[in-house]
Design a protein around this ligand. Structure first.
Ligand code: MN
Length: 240
């Protein structure tokens, strides 16, 4: 029974991101992700470098904050990290022109697109959807948002990720094939964007597997940092 009589159960909690230097939150509507947006990563995945970007989504409640301990997810033997620049929108629209796309941006953060790579590739090979590989619980660690009003709109700067102190991904935002305004413009042709939408903009090369016990640290110059640890898998629910 819900305290709000309109609902037959309690409404789910509102997913939200922290805002750096503030105790206020950015409420999240949807999480979109760009599939391929750095040439070196497209090469390491053996894909077509000239193809336009494509998008997939994660549930908003897959977001987990800086400092989280993330249980190694079920079903996979190949959990991959992908460090990404995350863009959070304060306004939306359809068919947004690239020249005004940055007007929609509230701020930026460092995120990790955790991927069950074995399941993603298996789904891809039989032309099934990617959700099982991409849209699982805790699959979207994301640091605090830095408002664009404070840092502007970063178009270059190092983006890197280390595992247990060893650098594994080291790129630069200027290597983005599709810039943030172009990503917003393209996505707004496919869906109507709205305030609260968040976009993971793709990962540079160097993606790889992570295991329980790893400490993953990610950083984008001028944007911020994110650190998470990978914990042992949850026990099966029926084993309690
Ligand atoms: Mn990704």
């Amino acid at each position: 029974m819900s305290a709000d009589r309109r609902y037959v159960i309690d409404p789910p909690p509102q997913p939200a991101l922290a805002v750096a230097g503030s105790d206020r939150l950015f409420p999240v509507r949807r999480v979109w992700c760009v599939g391929r947006n750095y040439v070196e990563h497209i090469r390491e995945m053996g894909q077509d470098e000239r193809a336009p970007p494509f998008f997939f989504a994660k549930p908003a409640d897959a977001l987990v904050p800086d400092g989280s301990s993330i249980p190694y997810p079920a079903l996979t033997k190949d959990l991959h990290f992908e460090v990404e620049l995350v863009v959070a929108l304060k306004a939306g629209g359809r068919d947004v022109a690239p020249e005004r796309a940055l007007d929609l941006v509230f701020g930026y953060a460092v995120g990790i697109d955790l991927t069950r790579r074995d399941l993603q590739i298996a789904a891809r090979e039989v032309k099934r959807p990617w959700e099982i590989g991409k849209a699982f619980d805790h699959s979207a660690p994301c640091g605090a948002l830095k408002p664009a009003a404070e840092i502007g709109h970063p178009a270059k700067g190092r983006i890197r990720l280390s595992v247990n102190g060893t650098v594994r991904q080291d790129g630069d935002l200027e290597q983005l094939i599709w810039s943030v305004p172009e990503v917003i413009a393209k996505l707004s042709q496919q869906v109507a964007l709205a305030a609260g939408d968040v976009i993971f903009t793709g990962t540079p090369s160097g993606v790889g597997a992570t295991v329980a016990g790893d400490r993953i640290e990610a950083e984008i110059d001028g944007v911020g940092k994110l650190a998470v640890t990978i914990a042992p898998p949850l026990r099966p629910a029926h084993a309690r």
